[in-house]
Ligand binder design. Structure first.
Ligand SMILES: C[S@@+](CC[C@H](N)C(=O)[O-])C[C@H]1O[C@@H](n2cnc3c(N)ncnc32)[C@H](O)[C@@H]1O
Length: 294
């Protein structure tokens, strides 16, 4: 006779396949099985599939996601790092060659899981990077701190070992005095801010809206006079325009949403006075990043 869990398990792949298609279901089931530890209860896999059938994102179920060569922890409600963010962060890492003789000061606004500064710290030479990641969410800062430990990126440099440093900081990017005190002038400022306009938020899938933080997605606060998803870019540009924030030769990289690149480029020209800008397209053909050089 088959065990009850064996019986249920034999039906679950079919249900997953009807939800995701055969190939995706096969792959997801394989990753779930690979994530099991010997100490897990026999029903763990069944529970994982049931969560997936309820619409929970796979990365939250597995607890990790790849980001370049890193494997980062994922926990709701902190935003799951996206492949497009991974793509431009790798590209940014390749365009700059920092040296330990003159370490770069990096500020990542809206850091979430810490994915952007952690990948830069991992790829750039030891001792060349001192990064700060700011987020308004306590859960995000806890996750970024756990991810830094997982990636062996310390929050403090030590006298005897040359290393890159990442400091996750709880804070609001609207508090520009606090941001400035972190480590200005900055050589690199990155941000993947919330950028979804309210009318597009309503159309997002339940697997995004039910699990990922509203604050990570919605580009405008309810009281904001503009509701086009661009409020954070205006705030960031005003901060960048302040005296002493950007060092000469600094790079700014801002991820943008669908059809926002030209508007954000314009905001950087007009409000931050950054004239030298370019737009990077992602591997899926979308304009994804506005890059500015000082
Ligand atoms: C789109 S997520 C990006 C997370 C991460 N950088 C990534 O690329 O996966 C935006 C993040 O901005 C944070 N956030 C929202 N409002 C903020 C504010 N006023 N100040 C600082 N962070 C904020 C959210 O908590 C969220 O983690």
């Amino acid at each position: 006779m088959r065990s009850p869990s064996g019986n249920v398990l034999s039906q679950l792949p079919k249900k997953l396949a009807s939800l995701l298609g055969c190939e995706s279901a096969r792959l997801e089931l394989k990753w779930m099985k690979e994530s099991l530890r010997p100490s897990d209860h026999p029903s763990t896999l069944q529970k994982m599939v049931e969560r997936r059938l309820q619409g929970e994102p796979l990365q939250y179920i597995l607890g990790t996601t790849p980001f370049g060569p890193l494997s980062l922890l994922c926990r709701p409600p902190t935003l799951i790092p996206r492949p497009e963010t991974e793509d431009w962060t790798l590209r940014l890492a390749n365009t700059t060659s920092p040296k330990s003789s003159r370490p770069l000061s990096v500020l990542d606004l809206c850091t979430g899981s810490g994915c952007i500064p952690l990948l830069l710290c991992h790829l750039w030479p030891p001792g060349s990077t001192r990064a700060f990641g700011v987020d308004i969410s306590k859960q995000a800062i806890k996750l970024a701190t756990d991810n830094a430990a997982r990636c062996n990126i310390p929050a403090h440099s030590s006298a005897d070992i040359l290393c890159n440093v990442f400091v996750p900081v709880l804070g609001d990017l609207r508090d520009t005095i606090f941001l400035k005190k972190l480590g200005a002038p900055f050589d690199v400022v990155t941000a993947n801010p919330p950028y979804i306009p309210e009318q597009e938020y309503d159309q997002l899938s339940a697997s995004v809206k039910d699990y990922e933080d509203l604050r990570a997605l919605l580009g405008d606060l309810p009281e904001s006079p503009i509701q086009n998803g661009l409020s954070f870019y205006h705030l960031i540009a005003r901060f960048l325009a302040e005296k002493g924030i950007l060092r000469n030769g600094a790079t700014v990289a801002l991820e943008v949403g669908d059809r926002q690149a030209e508007a954000v480029e314009n905001i950087l020209h007009c409000s931050a006075g950054l004239r030298h800008t370019e737009i990077w397209t992602d591997p899926w053909g979308k304009q994804r990043v506005v890059l500015a050089r000082v």
